[in-house]
Structure formats: C-alpha cells, structure tokens
Design a protein around this ligand. Structure first.
Ligand code: CDP
Length: 219
C-alpha cells in the first residue's frame, strides 16, 4: 500500500504522516529529508555559494559518491546522524535550489521507489502523487495559509532552541513555495486525483482522523 502526502512547506505533512504511520503500522518516508541531506553535503563541500549553484559537474560527482542512510532513528550522511542539522535554517535556505536539479531528483526518486518496494509506506513530499507514485492508493494534498504555516514552523524551531525570526521563516516559506511550484522538474502541484485538505483551522487530530477515514474507505 502506498499513501502519498504532498503539499507546500509547513502544511503539516510530516507531522500527520508520522502519526498515521504509527497508528496503522506503515513505514514512513520523509522525502524532503533526502533533499535536505543532499543540500547539507553540497554545503559541506562548498558547492553552494551564496545559495547559488556553482557547478553542475560537481553536483553530479557528489551524487555519484553520495552516502545517505534513512534509518528508523535518524538520517545519516556519511555514517553520521545529521537529523538535527538538516532542519537548520541554512538548509531550508538552500534546499529548493538543490531540489530543482534534474539529476538530483532522478537519484532521489529512484531511492524512494527502491525504499518503498514491497512495503506498506506513507511518503510525504512535493511530487509523490504526481511523479514518484502516480498509482498510489491514496493521495492527499495538504494546504494551509502561509502565515499559519510560518507560525507552526517558528514554534517548532524555537522549541528546538533555534534563534529565528518569524518574518524570516515566512519569507523562506514563500520563497520555497515559489521555487518548488514553478521549477521545470516535477513542480509542486496537486495530482488530479488527490484529495485536498486545508489544515489552517484544523487540529492535528482532526486532520489525522479525516485522513484515517479516507484510508478506511478507499483501501
Ligand atoms: O518540511 P518542509 O515543508 O519544510 O519541507 P521538506 O518536506 O523538508 O522539503 C524541503 C524541500 O525539499 C522542499 O522545499 C522542496 O524544495 C524539496 N522537496 C522536493 O522537491 N520534493 C520532495 N518530494 C520533497 C521535498
């Protein structure tokens, strides 16, 4: 069984997907984390300067030598747990530029399909229902007002001890939405057969229950 959850930055995808996975025993795959791992690697290697890509050849080489691992307890880059690091604002600042590169997407999509093979999986991202699994059993498109999304992300980061401004987060969310939805490769968009759920005025529990009902009806 494949359940696809897509939507813009901070719409609640990972929170909801994690809860549903736990509730009904699915494996959860956070595909955004994979693009974040590639971004961290690119930053570590100095391939990204001022947020702009300096050299596609270097990115290809990086992909050829990429050593990432998705384990139950965290995300690993070169055998180091970088789960915390990939959520930092510097990564959010650069990830959409990296995720727009065709070669990066091809590699990540391939890994996502391999990871999901013969498993019951819930995946969240931007292109799961449109590109990665166009035949998913259920497709959800989560949306929420951008101000509300910024508030949620701000709270999350402050709780982790990050020193951030809500305006910066709001700007980053708008910027990423724009890059993600206007890029040429697999842009963020609702699949024709996806169910849209607006989470702006709903609690996590409400959204979770709404989706669980759809799973029971559809699958
Ligand atoms: O959690 P948040 O909404 O901040 O974003 P994320 O899911 O961690 O994704 C980070 C970035 O990765 C997005 O802004 C996209 O640029 C990219 N992404 C993508 O292109 N395709 C996916 N399937 C997942 C993420």
């Amino acid at each position: 069984m494949i359940i696809a959850i897509d939507g813009p930055a901070g719409s609640g995808k990972s929170t909801i997907a994690k809860l549903i996975a736990k509730d009904i025993g699915l494996v959860y795959l956070d595909t955004g984390a994979m693009y974040r791992l590639v971004t961290l690697k690119a930053l570590n290697e100095g391939i990204l300067g001022n947020g702009k890509l300096s050299d596609l050849g270097k990115i290809k080489k990086l992909l050829d030598n990429l050593n990432i691992d998705i384990k139950e307890n965290g995300f690993y880059l070169d055998d180091v747990d970088v789960s915390e690091e990939i959520r930092k604002p510097i990564i959010s600042e650069n990830v959409s530029d990296i995720a727009a590169i065709r070669e990066v997407r091809e590699k990540m999509v391939d890994l996502q399909r391999k990871f999901s093979k013969s498993k019951n999986v819930i995946l969240d991202g931007r292109d799961i229902g449109t590109v990665v699994f166009p035949n998913a059993d259920l497709k959800i498109f989560l949306v929420a007002d951008a101000k509300e999304r910024a508030k949620r992300r701000y709270k999350e980061l402050v709780e982790k001890g990050e020193n951030v401004e809500i305006e910066e987060i709001y700007d980053n969310i708008l910027k990423r939405d724009k890059i993600d939805s206007t890029r040429r490769e697999s842009p963020l968009k609702k699949a024709k057969d996806a169910v849209e759920v607006d989470t702006t005025f709903k609690s996590i529990k409400e959204v979770k229950n709404e989706i669980l009902k759809m799973i029971n009806v559809n699958i």
